[in-house]
Design a protein around this ligand. Structure first.
Ligand code: ASP
Length: 594
């Protein structure tokens, strides 16, 4: 129907007759001349109808916002005075000759011709309208460019795009499964994949030594922060490559994506160990644009009587750390109270602080509720270690190391945001040498990555000392976000069985759940490994969006529902009967119980 996109027109088209299809962004009547701003996915152009084209002029008079039009007209230069530098097509306009109304539209639920802040619930309910907005169009266009660039790269590197099942068995990635009841196997359920992990490993066993897939993954998590129950990964696996090679290829892919889509040359990727990341930043995905670091002061605090500090300092699992915020002495008491509340989300029971008003004045120059608990000598050595200067504030965390890291790690980011300390640009890095397992608090080991990750030691060493073992896993981090993670996998049955045992999965359960994998590992499984990137997060970072919901066409709300289609929804009694399912409670009864 169309000859050009509205937003693609420019001075090069002057005097051409064009046919445009799109929506009425805005209509204005200027003393007998009608101006229509017409919009399509490329942008907006001004179309003018004057009364000479009588029949079409009258139609133009009738159109309203969001009507769908087909317009034919001639492109002409605007008068000098009418040029609109704020508009990409602002040097030209289209003199309308013919107009056809392809469809009418009711008054839109929110204004689209200029930016208006609209509640997310309304945006999601009328998502098809929200997606007409310029910024949403741009984000999805960019998303498509990113996936295309990723496919081009991977294809050129010899990776094959292979699909894996959606109806499958559980693939543990640490979340709850979405289950689908089977009609043909009464009482049994499929699980939607938390990732294609096991299938991609099996593809390596089959000899497709380079695989990728832009894969939907499903995780039924409580939607803390910015998560979606279904999300997309660029999922990659390769055989006969070690971790260095996999990191090199995937790093090159991300570099090329940034170059192709944003024309950005990413700086060098630093490599830091998980232990160092926790020690210095309290996080396994540190934002290195923030010029603040955690400093351990356990040895100093072993010399104080103050129990709050002394206890964790003496405890092998404890940690006492300081976070010096340069220039932070201006932070008010009220703001400190706010930060204290903030760290309590992470389990911190308090937030001690010292303000350095005048470093040259010794103790006199310091202000803090905790100074009285510390020998002068300890305070002086601490100031030295932290290289404190007048105008700084120092925050302290003292607890189990996990709590201190999480709390001060999060505080580091929060304070930096509040004080505008986050540098510009891109800061990519690899975090490596993760521990294999963590203690879930009840003495049970859980994998830090997933149970198929290879350790960097032998099965005997692993079994003898699971808490000390490191894995061959790696995460790519960009500006404080985990962009992707992966590992070299276990490719021998013995090792996989050893890991299952450590995880408390006995032989019968291993056979029941992962028998197919264990068998495959005995059938000539090559050494292999891979990685998956979170596409939504990658697009969010590259488009500068603040939430992954803004880069997904039809996302779910925080309560994992779709307010537009009203999913999840009730099903009929017949459907339930076919599935052999009897509900214990109706939805209303369940709601009453809550
Ligand atoms: N399957 C992993 C995940 O979803 C990524 C990988 O190990 O390749 O986190």
């Amino acid at each position: 129907m169309r000859s050009h996109y509205c937003g693609a027109l420019g001075t090069a088209n002057i005097d051409e007759t064009v046919t445009l299809c799109g929506w009425v962004d805005r209509r204005r009547d200027h003393g007998g001349v009608i101006f229509l701003d017409m919009r399509d996915r490329q942008g907006i152009v001004q179309v003018v109808f004057d009364p000479d084209t009588e029949e079409h002029f009258q139609l133009a008079d009738r159109v309203r916002s969001e009507y769908v039009l087909k317009v034919t007209g001639r492109v002409r230069a605007r008068d000098e005075a009418a040029i609109n530098p704020a508009m990409a097509t602002g040097e030209i306009e289209v003199l309308g000759k013919e107009l056809e109304i392809l469809n009418t539209a009711v008054t839109p639920p929110f204004q689209l011709d200029e930016y208006t802040a609209v509640g997310e619930e309304v945006r999601l309910q009328f998502r098809y309208m929200d997606l007409r907005r310029h910024e949403m169009q741009n984000r999805l266009i960019m998303r498509s460019k990113i996936t295309t660039a990723a496919r081009d790269f991977l294809d050129a590197e010899g990776f094959l795009d292979i699909e894996t099942p959606i109806l499958t068995r559980a693939t543990p990635e640490g979340a709850r499964d979405y289950l689908v009841p089977s009609r043909t196997h009464p009482g049994q359920f499929f699980a939607l994949p938390q990732s294609p992990q096991l299938f991609k490993q099996l593809l390596m066993v089959s000899g497709f030594d380079r695989y990728y897939q832009i894969a939907k993954c499903f995780r039924d998590e409580d939607l803390r922060a910015d998560r979606q129950p279904e999300f997309t990964q660029i999922d990659i696996e390769a055989a006969f490559l070690d971790e260095r090679q996999i990191m090199a290829i995937t790093e090159r892919m991300i570099r090329e994506l940034f170059k192709a889509v944003l024309d950005v040359d990413l700086p060098e990727f630093s490599h830091i160990s998980h232990a160092e990341a926790m020690e210095r930043y309290g996080s396994d995905k540190p934002d290195l644009r923030i010029p603040l670091e955690l400093v351990s002061v356990d040895d100093l605090m072993q010399q104080v009587d103050f129990k709050v500090f002394r206890g964790p300092a003496d405890d092998p699992k404890g940690r006492v750390a300081a976070l010096k915020v340069t220039g932070g002495a201006t932070i008010s008491r009220k703001e400190i109270d706010g930060y204290t509340k903030y760290v309590s989300i992470y389990g911190a029971r308090g937030l001690a602080w010292i303000k350095v008003n005048d470093i040259d004045a010794g103790l006199e120059g310091l202000q803090s509720p905790i100074l009285k608990f510390m020998p002068d000598e300890v305070v002086a050595r601490m100031m030295q270690r932290l290289d404190a200067a007048s105008g700084d504030i120092i925050f302290f965390g003292a607890d189990q190391a996990r709590v201190v890291n999480e709390a001060l790690g999060a505080l580091r980011t929060k304070v930096a945001e509040d004080l505008g300390m986050i540098g510009e640009g891109w800061s990519p890095l690899w975090v490596v040498d993760f521990p294999m397992f963590e203690d879930d608090g009840s003495g049970q080991w859980t994998p830090l990555h997933h149970p198929f990750t290879a350790p960097s030691c032998s099965a005997e060493e692993l079994t003898a000392n699971p808490g000390e073992a490191l894995s061959r896993a790696y995460d790519m981090v960009l500006n404080g976000c985990e962009l992707g993670g992966g590992s070299i996998r276990i490719h021998c049955r013995d090792m996989q069985e050893a890991v299952f045992r450590i995880l408390g999965i006995d032989e019968a359960e291993a056979e029941e759940k992962f028998g197919f994998l264990l068998k495959a590992l005995q059938c000539g499984a090559p050494p292999h490994g891979g990685l998956a990137f979170g596409l939504d997060r990658l697009v969010m970072l590259m488009t500068g969006a603040h939430s992954i919901r803004d880069v997904i066409a039809f996302p779910k709300t925080q309560s994992a529902a779709c307010v537009m289609t009203d999913a999840p929804g009730d099903v009929s009694a017949t459907q339930l009967r076919e599935l052999n399912i009897r509900l214990r409670q109706t939805r209303e009864e369940a709601a009453q119980d809550e």
